[in-house]
Design a protein around this ligand. Structure first.
Ligand SMILES: N[C@@H](CCC(=O)N[C@@H](CS)C(=O)NCC(=O)O)C(=O)O
Length: 238
């Protein structure tokens, strides 16, 4: 059976990482048997980040590489039916959420002084009280450096909010009221976009970017529909 390594509950989310959540969605969609293993230390992953899977003794890290593996295993059930134009569009949306919107979401959690106590509680509670502040501050400093290196961190807060609004508006425009990102049917790219949106929308308490996302109600409707169809949600289910 496939083992999927993901983070424990945090910020009111059952699966706090969009990259872990999208793999869970793909596995459920493909009807593959899998077991979720909770791991709070991404350093245990071969690439220092979650998710990774272990399938029949083979370890694969990175959601996109996991998708490639699952696609081969399912004889093309993830990518095989896509037309080249659909693949191109889907990859472009995925890169938008992963390499831009994701970093704004991370900043809204880690770099907002008023929200950071939630990060400390959500990710560092396992450390003894004395160490918790020092380790979380060090991790926060590294996060700030990464955000600056990306380039987004060089902008003012107002400019970062503008970037977030344009990303979200672009996604809502792309959907244009449709159920699926690429038209008539569910694709793997819906998992990538919805995993990011649902984490951002259902994050508790709201961050500045969750509040901005409320300006785009079409995105919530879309994220809810896809999660319901696949039966995998970012938030815990009653
Ligand atoms: N490209 C990777 C990104 C994975 C990723 O960024 N995971 C984050 C959680 S959302 C992580 O493990 N971060 C821990 C760290 O960087 O120390 C993928 O698609 O799986």
């Amino acid at each position: 059976m496939i083992k999927l390594y993901t983070f424990p509950v945090a910020f009111g989310l059952r699966n706090v990482s969009p990259f872990c959540l999208r793999v869970e969605m793909a596995l459920a969609h493909l009807g593959m048997e899998f077991e979720t293993v909770l791991e709070s230390d991404p350093g245990k992953s071969p690439k220092g980040k979650l998710p990774f899977i272990v399938d029949d003794g083979v370890t694969i890290a990175d959601s996109e590489l996991i998708f490639q593996h699952l696609d081969r295993k399912s004889e093309g059930a993830l990518y095989g039916h896509l037309l080249p134009g659909e693949y191109g569009q889907g990859m472009a949306y995925t890169r938008l959420v992963d390499d831009h919107l994701y970093w704004l979401m991370v900043a809204s959690r880690w770099l907002d002084d008023t929200w950071f106590p939630n990060v400390k509680k959500g990710f560092f509670s396992a450390f003894p009280l004395g160490l918790r502040t020092a380790i979380s501050m060090l991790a926060r400093r590294q996060m700030r450096q990464t955000f600056n290196l990306h380039g987004l961190g060089k902008h003012s807060f107002e400019e970062q909010q503008g970037f977030a609004r344009r990303d979200l508006a672009a996604l809502q425009d792309a959907l244009d009221g449709k159920t699926y990102l690429l038209g008539e049917r569910l694709t793997v790219f819906d998992f990538s976009v919805v995993s990011l949106l649902s984490g951002l929308i259902d994050n508790q308490p709201a961050t500045w970017i969750s509040t901005i996302a409320e300006e785009y109600p079409g995105l919530r409707t879309y994220a809810e529909q896809i999660q319901a169809q696949v039966g995998v949600y970012a938030r815990p289910q009653p």
